[in-house]
Ligand binder design. Structure first.
Ligand SMILES: Cc1cc2nc3c(=O)[nH]c(=O)nc-3n(C[C@H](O)[C@H](O)[C@H](O)COP(=O)(O)OP(=O)(O)OC[C@H]3O[C@@H](n4cnc5c(N)ncnc54)[C@H](O)[C@@H]3O)c2cc1C
Length: 381
């Protein structure tokens, strides 16, 4: 009889690890510090259902395929023709229907190409495609990097993401209907169905000594739990503004700020259940410069809202703003790849998962992918 696996953390990583381990017939217990599951994938309560963290899932990734194979991704919304007609790009002083030609050329010429790991995106892309194309590409990646200066990151890391986010003409993005909390509920139901014992409001202060342990917390929390100060990795810093507005036909659905890396999406357009009838839910982000205050970043984000949702201040029915520091996943600097991040196997039957560890993928995909690796290692013993 295999010993019980303990999973610490009930976000996407912890739930994935618990499901994958239980599917191998192993006894699993999951501890979550909060009263509710989901971690960053929680939502604000109805009637205004705003995602705290993840917004879009990328259906061309392995994480989506793993969830879809278990029927966990449905129902999911997508950008339809009406929403795609209202995608805009901020460049050249205003909102435009099309991105600059240099960026289109970069995306077309870049298909199937790989960028070097050891050069910065600024150096490599500037030399290959020109400064204005590089700058627009950096702006397009706002919702994937949440970083004010993507040029300082590894060219390979940024370019891989650019080719995925840049497939906006045939978007691969999907949105769990009812918000990411609905996906979390489905994952929790599957885990319980497989016999996983889930304890919420249960913060562990130390690693249990018996049986394999999967630590599925943020790196910050893992540092304390594992007593390992080396558990650090680069991540983004941005300001977030979520609002509900009375509907207007003048509102854009998706706005990429190619100048500053800001991003605003009217999630209520593809999923009206996120706000009461006659209203729509909009979420936006703006990366913060070094030492830039939350209020200054918020002012820049509100100015972007002025462009893509004219008169929004007078139509406001709900609002919240926040700052996100080291909550938006891993960023790889030149000379590093995901393989250089904190290892999953910590030895002595302890495994580390999450969105800043040594696993491939984009944003939350890293949490899911690392959890699958951790579950495989933990159940093999
Ligand atoms: C603004 C924003 C936008 C984002 N957009 C996207 C997006 O569009 N697409 C995408 O794929 N990803 C996106 N992400 C990233 C995504 O939210 C995260 O990658 C993902 O949710 C991380 O999940 P996780 O389970 O690894 O960590 P978490 O969600 O942080 O879960 C960790 C859990 O561990 C618990 N915990 C911590 N310490 C303990 C303890 N001692 N005992 C018990 N429990 C503990 C915490 O309470 C938490 O519930 C975004 C993130 C942010 C902030």
């Amino acid at each position: 009889m295999k010993s019980t696996i303990t999973v610490i953390g009930g976000g996407l990583a912890g739930l994935t690890a618990a499901i994958a381990s239980a599917e191998q017939g192993v006894d699993v217990v999951l501890f979550e510090a909060h009263q509710s599951l989901g971690g960053r994938a929680r939502c604000s309560p109805a009637p205004y259902v705003a995602n705290d963290g993840p917004h879009a899932f990328y259906k061309d990734g392995t994480a989506w395929r793993w969830l879809a194979a278990r029927g966990l991704t449905r129902p999911a919304a997508r950008l339809g023709v009406a929403q795609l007609a209202r995608v805009r790009f901020r460049h050249g002083g205003g909102l435009k229907r099309c991105p600059p030609a240099g960026l289109v050329g970069m995306l077309t010429a870049g298909r199937g190409r790989r960028a070097p790991v050891d050069r910065s995106f600024r150096d490599w892309a500037g030399a290959q495609f020109g400064t204005s194309a590089y700058r627009a590409a950096a702006g397009l990646l706002g919702p994937a990097l949440f970083e004010a200066d993507p040029g300082r990151l590894s060219a390979a890391f940024v370019f891989e993401r650019l080719l995925r986010v840049g497939s906006w003409r045939q978007p691969v993005t999907r949105y769990p209907v009812g918000g990411w909390g609905a996906l979390v509920d489905r994952m929790a139901a599957r885990a319980r169905h497989l016999g996983v014992r889930i304890e919420t409001g249960a913060r562990l202060d130390a690693i249990p000594t018996a049986g394999p342990v999967i630590v599925a917390t943020s790196l910050d929390a893992a540092r304390g739990l594992l007593g390992d100060g080396s558990l650090r990795w680069e991540s983004g810093r941005c300001v977030l503004l979520d609002v509900a507005l009375r509907c207007s036909r003048a509102d854009q659905c998706v706005t990429f700020d190619l100048q500053d890396g800001g991003f605003v999406e009217q999630f209520g357009a593809q999923d009206p259940s996120l706000a009461p009838p006659g209203e729509t839910l909009v979420q936006g982000s703006m990366p913060l410069w070094n030492n830039e205050s939350k209020s200054d970043g918020l002012r820049r984000l509100e100015a972007l809202y002025d462009l893509c949702a004219p008169g929004w201040r007078g139509r406001l029915t709900w609002r919240r703003d926040q700052i996100a520091v080291a909550r938006t996943g891993a960023l790889d600097l030149p000379g590093t790849t995901w393989r250089d991040r904190p290892a999953i196997n910590r030895g002595e039957n302890v495994y580390l998962t999450g969105d800043a560890v040594a696993a491939p993928g984009l944003l939350a995909e890293v949490s899911v992918n690392s959890a699958l690796i951790a579950a495989r290692l933990a159940t093999a013993n």
